[in-house]
Ligand binder design. Structure first.
Ligand code: ADP
Length: 219
């Protein structure tokens, strides 16, 4: 099960600043949940703690029944799409998507079919042989998403910075992550500080301020 449960999740930085303050939340398997609030309210910190990029000060995070707190990021069955999600510009698209699977020593035939399946899903089959540096920004974004979902994660974490550069890319990215959620059944947690985006998505929205949840609305 890919439900995500946060229990009294708290992050206090060494300087004493409380970035996430006693947050409890249940997210169901297959849900698309938007985290919205002003810059600095702790949205990304929650995502980073779920992803294992940030230590948890106190509280618990569960994926299904599994306590994630002490599980290494690579073993969490989560995928992350963040702004600094770098692609290797001198590698071709195929190798970029395959890289993580190769590091896990999966058989070559399995890697090949997964890479091709992901490429088909994102409509980038015809650029599999191209070097990243020669691709359009739109195709690069798709490669980054393909690289995230090729692991068949249970949950996809998307930070708003992922497509910060360009409003058109952002719209495309939102379409892509909605498809990932609806067609692949992957639970999606999406962070945004843009109100029109949070409202426009018409998904369950968790409103935050000063590290706390202030409201949860389903549309
Ligand atoms: P959001 O994603 O909502 O914009 P973040 O989760 O990135 O906010 O950050 C929450 C708050 O934590 C911000 O006010 C930020 O300045 C603070 N913060 C982040 N990293 C540190 C750190 N290492 N030490 C102290 N405060 C930090």
């Amino acid at each position: 099960m890919a439900s995500v449960t946060l229990e009294h999740l708290t992050k206090t930085y060494p300087n004493g600043f409380v970035s996430v303050d006693d947050v409890s939340l249940s997210i169901e398997d297959g849900e698309f949940v938007v985290f919205h609030g002003p810059s600095g309210c702790g949205k990304s910190t929650i995502l980073r703690m779920i992803g294992g990029l940030e230590d948890i000060t106190s509280g618990r995070i569960y994926l299904g029944r599994d306590l994630l707190n002490d599980i290494l990021p690579r073993d969490r069955h989560l995928a992350m799409a963040f702004q600094n999600y770098t692609l290797y510009k001198h590698f071709n698209v195929y190798d970029n998507i395959a890289l993580g699977l190769r590091l896990r020593n999966l058989p070559r035939t399995v890697i090949d079919s997964r890479v091709k399946e992901a490429a088909k899903f994102f409509g980038i089959t015809d650029v599999l042989d191209q070097k990243i540096r020669l691709l359009s920004a739109s195709d690069r974004q798709r490669v980054a998403l393909a690289r995230a979902v090729v692991f068949r994660p249970k949950v996809l974490l998307v930070d708003e910075d992922f497509a910060r550069q360009d409003p058109e890319l952002r719209v495309e990215m939102l379409g892509d992550i909605l498809e990932i959620n609806e067609e692949l059944g992957i639970t999606v947690l999406y962070v945004t500080n843009k109100q029109e985006e949070a409202v426009g998505l018409k998904k369950k929205t968790v409103f935050m301020k000063d590290g706390k949840i202030t409201d949860i609305r389903s549309s």
